[in-house]
Write a protein that binds this ligand. Structure first.
Ligand code: NAD
Length: 485
């Protein structure tokens, strides 16, 4: 793959351009350390220009018949489909995940556009009872307006598409700012949307770092809503900046998923799911298995089995067949993983596998599967989101003890419980405070049409299929008085 010159371009008011007089940033591949390209760091003036054109576009776009939007969304899906192999290679190059996983990610994106196109055709609204017999009431769903979409680097195709398909389907205009570590996927997506024929101004792309470009989006008074996926800390900053004009917020934030394995569980199923949830995408997944809670009685057997299973996860060049884990995406996330492991060691935990970066690769970002035993609630591995390929094991006595450990972290995205007892599964599922709970299924189980989102430090709002159409619209009530003509 060669350096991509187009990375310098942004899409504003319907045309791709190279912003002048902005700072720039080099983007380097985590796979081989080579330069992918240079992005502009768009400042407030560029963002405001995009927002003005997005607002202008709203006048017509919000009233566009859904059949027209349906056609455009399907065309976007066709274009992604036609280019998915190339896009997958570029995704692996800039993100680091295995090529097969990149292709699966692209397949999912095609589905989001086709799904949103279908959902908008079937969106039902209400006909409500009203006291006055001479009146009738209907409700319709209005788009929010201009929505800024700010996304992370762990799923650089999936997350923008997952949100943008529904945002456009429901008649909003969109301004995308992809993560600065993975700007190429965002560029390719927006190129597809432009080619599909979305009207001028309905789709814009800006590039840059969070503190400049992201901040300009969240504080712009021309932008009506934010769809943010990223860390809890950034979510808080966006909520503060977005309060200037009371933006509608959808905040999909960090997680610290507990996988709770009760002593009556099918251990083979649990162990395979644990390894998948901890090591897939090198653990850089919001609903990864971040804390593995194992009941005392099965602790020893669990460790034996998980160590064997971990060895099936192969670290290497993500373009090579058979490799299941590529490099981590960036130094910052790798450093956090180092720090959490160091903290656990200092406090008495035992590294059973991995534990430090692998040598002999073109970059210093290759991190092997790591299994740690003896983790306790005061360690960073338990309290914070690690976001690395780590399986930290914590033992518990009974279900209430497992609930206490679960609650010792502020996050509430996804959890999983392994048991053969429906009664125990419900006991846990009804008490754990997360947006999603899986029973006898991997913590990182994901199906894009189900309601998705967190509670507490994991955010607010629900997206996924028709739930995203609700998230990105507002109910408008229309009252008819039949007695007056
Ligand atoms: P991040 O918060 O550092 O960055 C995410 C995006 O926000 C980037 O585009 C960044 O440029 C931008 N940003 C940073 N500072 C900003 C600011 N002050 N104002 C506006 N924008 C700003 O997160 P990350 O490291 O890219 O991603 C990892 C995090 O994302 C993890 O915590 C992970 O759990 C979370 N995540 C959550 C979900 C979910 O659905 N809940 C999905 C994927 C990732």
């Amino acid at each position: 793959l060669n350096k991509i010159d187009e990375l310098q371009e942004v899409l504003i008011a319907g045309s791709f351009e190279r912003p002048t007089s902005t700072d720039c940033m080099d983007i380097v591949s985590p796979v081989d350390g080579k330069l992918i390209g240079t992005i502009p760091i768009c400042a407030s003036a560029t963002v405001e220009h995009a927002a003005e054109s997005a607002q202008e576009a709203q006048e017509e776009w919000r009233l566009t018949h859904y059949t027209e939007r349906y056609e455009l969304l399907q065309k976007a899906a066709d274009l992604i489909e036609a280019n998915k192999e190339t896009f997958a290679k570029e995704l692996t190059w800039e993100q680091g995940k295995p090529l097969g996983d990149s292709l699966i990610e692209l397949e999912g994106c095609i589905g989001y556009f086709r799904g949103a196109a279908e959902d908008i055709k079937r969106l039902e609204t209400g006909f409500l009872p009203i006291f006055d017999p001479k009146k009738r009431v209907i409700t319709v769903r209005d788009p929010i307006g201009v929505i800024g979409v700010i996304t992370p680097w762990n799923f650089p195709w999936d997350i923008p598409c997952f949100n943008i398909a529904s945002i456009l389907a429901s008649g909003n205009s969109v301004i995308l700012k992809p993560a600065e570590q993975t700007p190429l996927s965002g560029l390719r997506l927006i190129q597809c949307l432009q080619k599909a024929g979305f009207p001028k101004g309905t789709v814009s792309l800006v590039q840059g770092v969070g503190e400049v470009t992201g901040e300009a989006i969240s504080s712009s008074n021309l932008i009506d809503g934010i769809s943010f996926t990223g860390s809890t800390e950034t979510g808080r900053a966006i909520a503060r900046a977005g309060s200037s004009n009371l933006k509608r917020l959808c905040l999909e934030l960090g997680g610290n998923g507990p996988m709770i394995i009760l002593d009556d569980a099918d251990l083979d199923i649990a162990v395979a799911d644990v390894a998948l949830s901890c090591f897939w995408n090198s653990g850089q997944v919001c609903n990864a298995g971040e804390r593995i809670l194992v009941q005392e009685k099965i602790h020893k057997e669990f460790l034996e089995k998980v160590l064997l299973e971990a060895k099936n996860h192969k670290l290497g060049n993500p373009f090579d067949e058979g490799v299941t884990m590529g490099p981590m995406n960036n130094e910052e996330v790798a450093l956090k993983t180092d720090r959490h492991i160091e903290n656990a060691k200092e406090k008495g935990a035992k590294i059973l596998l991995g534990g430090k970066r692998a040598s002999g690769f073109p970059t210093n970002l290759y991190f092997p599967p790591t299994v740690i035993d003896g983790v306790t609630t005061e360690m960073l591995l338990n309290k914070e989101e690690t976001f690395g390929p780590v399986c930290p094991t914590i033992t518990f006595e009974d279900m209430d003890d497992a609930l206490r450990i679960t609650e010792s972290s502020k996050y509430g995205l996804q959890a999983s419980v392994y048991t053969r007892s429906i009664k125990k599964a419900f006991y846990m599922a009804e008490r754990i405070r997360t947006g999603t709970i899986t029973v006898n299924e991997a913590n990182n189980f994901w199906e894009g049409r189900l309601p998705w989102g967190g509670v507490r430090a994991s955010g607010m709002g629900r997206v996924g299929g028709r739930y995203a159409l609700e998230q990105y619209t507002e109910i408008k009530t229309i009252i008819f008085d039949l007695s007056k003509s």
